[in-house]
Design a binder for this molecule. Structure first.
Ligand SMILES: *[C@@H]1O[C@H](CO)[C@@H](O)[C@H](O)[C@H]1NC(C)=O
Ligand SMILES: *[C@@H]1O[C@H](CO)[C@@H](O)[C@H](O)[C@H]1NC(C)=O
Ligand SMILES: *[C@@H]1O[C@H](CO)[C@@H](O)[C@H](O)[C@H]1NC(C)=O
Length: 812
């Protein structure tokens, strides 16, 4: 960083000639801002105040875009360069004699016609603006900061520091604009309209755009060159291949009689510095130091090149600091959150194109990432040829969906400068670039997984589902992508499939999993389906992420070990003490023993399940409902019935045919039930209808409870709870038939008074003082949520409002 020794003098003659705002007598066109712009400006001004430094970064970024556009155009049309050969950004800042601060930022980029000034600065043409506004109005300020950049609306951040902004612009000369004229856009921070007029100074710019900020009194600090240098260093100096110059002045004491050249600052010899000198005044303050040679003060004007280093991607990675990588990322990809990781490398595409690249892993996915799961287009691979930006749109299938969140800067040495996106498609370079990028992403991620568990957790949170998608979608890289996937289990929060297999028990020939989309692993861990596995120490993957089940169904196996849904039939531990034949024998014996109960239950629950069998997976639970091996689990059924509901729908009928009820022969409840069923008198002995009815209810509760615990829907939840109510009464010895007192206080008659809109609820709200959300005396000081609730009726029958503190036990 360059330390400025400059002493900035207030010299009003700094601005070249007349300044843009001296425009009395010039005819002006007045335009109203499009209503969205007015809203946007308000949001920017109100919510970004504490981040107002951003204005400089945003304006430099816009200048850079204009320069890139010009350079790209100049590849095919040399004429656009006429008027200003050098491509640069210059910044001047000063305080005028009235103490008004001004900053003038100028670029020699593509420039704007008056129509473009109106369209670009007065309307929001960008799609997604409405979404932006909606989000910006509901987010905190840091969020807005990110959004502003992301939506390319940075110009409006000028109004954070300026009362008035003038934008003078002269469009590049071209075939369809052979004689461009310099125009000015002018607007005050509080105005709902702006003016457009031809610049009274004439076409002074040569080409490009000049933004003059008339600073607010409290923003005068931004005229300090140290401040500007600091901000540019921090946010902008690496992003641009174009030079950014800052105008400075300093006074020097030079011996009066010596040759001027000997007094030159050594820094002035540094490349790209213009030097102008002007003698301001003589100071011969020699009364004290008699021996000192006579000197005079000289004001030296300098353009300081603020980004004299080559752009970051061209440098040796060893010479680039972490801070620089982060700032470069943020400025280039307009993402003001820090990247998670990056990789800077150079290589050869294999077809003779050598290149340098930096690839970044962002800390978040765009909101739209999952909205269009099938389209895959990346706008974040910035392709440059010999530092000249060519395109960031490499087309629809530049990268597979799973990778198209990656942000890349790539600079190819050996491509022709006039290469276009269309001609690129036909070169082999793109294909090779694609596989190189993918290879490096995978390496980077694998490296994080191994080396940095904290960062890896962050990556999993954001990209966990992306890797699962990738493993399904990208068969070529499947193995590596599977290696990046992580799953919760009943034994740990996160495991890879390899680690899972490392923990498999002797004889285990299946990867056990249980899926319930949208559930939580902690809840799934208590499921009846994994009772026995858990009790015996087997590990079971608990799949709760949307893509988990698709993942296992597509992969079907890992390292040739098949996945086994523990909610489906076919579960084998692999260490069964008995041979399958013996097991069958044992099962046969149990089935024989329980035959009366099984037959009876089958009849009772035939509306809900296809069969009732003896279970080998239950430990403490008395029963469960499982899907047949090929059938639908509760999870899938839930998904499908969302679109096709109704208890008699074909879907429901189909699902029923796949379900099996398993009972646990070791459960005392089941054993008791068996005894009671065996004791039921037969037809000949004279049926005991009351006892039968009671047992029927038990069966009904049993099957419905099993359905619920297994994640299925109860056919009729009202009926379910009515029966539970009866069973509970019986166990408490309460009359089963005594009705509940259902008399209620009727509502008062219709209110014929008009609504008092001032105070519609007539509730005593706590005093609210603007600017303080939490009054010391208001109930809102408490951390809990508080509700107003009608709780009591007073003597006259009026409801009394009582404050009610929500607790976690409350149903919301
Ligand atoms: C910036 O470019 C313009 C025109 O291309 C040129 O006249 C000017 O001297 C340059 N500024 C600096 C500081 O080099
Ligand atoms: C690019 O420029 C080269 C020479 O510089 C020329 O031969 C080639 O035809 C140009 N290609 C395109 C697409 O304009
Ligand atoms: C697993 O996650 C739970 C809840 O998120 C946490 O409390 C626990 O500490 C984690 N355990 C391990 C071993 O990381």
């Amino acid at each position: 960083m360059r330390i400025l020794r400059a002493l900035l003098l207030a010299v009003s003659a700094i601005a070249s000639g007349v300044i843009a705002q001296d425009s009395a007598g010039v005819p002006k066109e007045k335009h109203d801002y499009q209503s969205d712009v007015a809203r946007l400006r308000k949001i920017v001004i109100n919510s970004l105040y504490s981040h107002r430094d951003v204005f400089l970064r945003e304006l430099i970024s816009n200048a850079n875009d204009a320069l890139e556009k010009l350079r790209l155009t100049s590849l095919t049309d040399k004429e656009v360069l006429s008027g200003a050969e050098d491509l640069n950004v210059t910044i001047k800042a000063y305080t005028d004699e009235d103490g008004n601060g001004r900053i003038i930022i100028r670029d020699t980029g593509i420039g704007m016609t008056p129509e473009e000034l109106t369209a670009n600065l007065g309307t929001l043409a960008k799609s997604g603006t409405t979404e932006f506004l909606a989000r910006a109005e509901s987010t905190d300020t840091t969020g807005t900061g990110n959004l502003i950049g992301a939506f390319g609306l940075g110009f409006y951040s000028s109004f954070l520091v300026a009362n008035r902004v003038y934008v003078a612009s002269l469009a590049a000369k071209s075939a369809h604009n052979p004689e461009p004229v310099q125009y000015v856009f002018s607007s005050g921070a509080d105005e709902s309209s702006f003016e457009i007029y031809s610049d009274p100074r004439g076409s002074t710019l040569g080409r490009g755009t000049e933004i003059t900020l008339v600073l607010k009194p409290d923003a005068v600090e931004y005229t300090n060159p140290h401040k500007i240098t600091e901000l540019v260093d921090k946010h902008s100096s690496f992003s641009s291949a174009f030079p950014i110059y800052l105008y400075t002045q300093r006074t020097e004491q030079v011996p009066i009689d010596e040759d001027r050249s000997s007094s030159e600052d050594p820094k002035a010899a540094i490349e790209d510095i213009d030097e102008d000198e002007a003698i301001i005044e003589d100071i011969s303050d020699d009364t004290e130091e008699e021996k000192a040679p006579e000197t005079k003060s000289v004001t030296v004007e300098e353009w300081i090149h603020m980004n004299s280093q080559p752009p970051i991607w061209m440098r040796d990675p060893k010479s680039v600091s972490e801070e620089e990588y982060k700032s470069f990322y943020q400025a280039t990809f307009k993402d003001y959150e820090e990247p998670v990781a990056w990789h800077h490398f150079s290589g050869d595409s294999g077809s003779g194109v050598s290149f340098k690249a930096i690839i970044y892993v962002p800390s978040h996915l765009d909101d739209s990432y999952w909205q269009n799961p099938l389209t895959s287009s990346s706008r974040d691979i910035r392709l440059m040829v010999k530092r000249v930006f060519i395109t960031s749109d490499l087309g629809e299938d530049a990268l597979p969906k799973w990778a198209n969140w990656v942000k890349v800067v790539v600079d190819a040495e050996d491509l022709p400068l006039n290469v276009s996106r269309e001609t690129l498609q036909s070169t082999r370079f793109l294909k090779q670039l694609r596989s190189i990028i993918l290879k490096h992403i995978l390496q980077m991620l694998a490296h994080i997984a191994e080396e940095d568990s904290e960062k890896w957790e962050q990556v999993q949170k954001v990209f966990g589902n992306v890797f699962k998608l990738g493993a399904v979608e990208d068969t070529k890289n499947r193995e590596k992508l599977v290696g990046l996937t992580r799953f919760a289990t009943n034994q740990r929060n996160s495991t890879s499939l390899d680690e899972y297999l490392g923990n498999r028990k002797k004889g285990q020939k299946q990867i056990f999993y249980l899926a319930d989309m949208g559930s939580k692993p902690e809840i799934l861990a208590k499921s009846v389906f994994i009772e026995k596995l858990h009790a015996r120490g087997y590990e079971v993957l608990l799949l709760t992420e949307p893509l988990d089940e698709i993942f296992v169904q597509n992969l079907r196996m890992h390292k040739r070990v098949p996945f086994q849904d523990v909610a489906k039939a076919g579960l084998r531990f692999g260490d069964e003490d008995v041979s399958p034949e013996e097991e069958k024998e044992e099962e046969k014996a149990l089935t024989e023993q329980y035959k009366p109960l099984l037959d009876w239950l089958k009849e009772e629950v035939k509306e809900v399940v296809r069969d009732v069998i003896i279970s080998n997976r239950l430990v403490t639970s008395s029963c469960a409902v499982v899907a047949d091996m090929m059938g639908y689990t509760a999870n899938v059924e839930k998904m499908m019935s969302a679109s096709q509901s109704g208890p008699k729908s074909p879907m429901h009928e189909f699902a029923k045919k796949q379900r099996i009820m398993e009972i646990n022969p070791r459960s005392p409840l089941i054993q008791g039930l068996l005894r009671r069923v065996e004791q039921l008198p037969t037809e000949e002995e004279g049926r005991d209808l009351e006892a039968e009815e009671e047992l029927k209810e038990v069966a009904s509760v049993l099957i419905d409870g099993a359905l619920v615990r297994s994640g299925f829907n109860v056919p009729d939840s009202n009926e379910f709870f009515t029966i539970i109510d009866r069973v509970l009464r019986r166990s408490l010895g309460v009359s089963e038939t005594a009705p509940t007192d259902t008399t209620v206080k009727p509502a008062p008659p219709v209110d014929s008074e008009p609504l008092n809109l001032q105070d519609p609820l007539d509730v005593e709200w706590p005093d609210y003082v603007p600017g303080s959300l939490r009054q010391p005396d208001s109930p809102f000081q408490h951390e809990e949520q508080l509700f107003w609730d009608v709780e009591e009726i007073d003597e006259e029958g009026n409801p009394v409002k009582k404050l009610h503190r929500a607790s976690e036990h409350d149903e919301l």
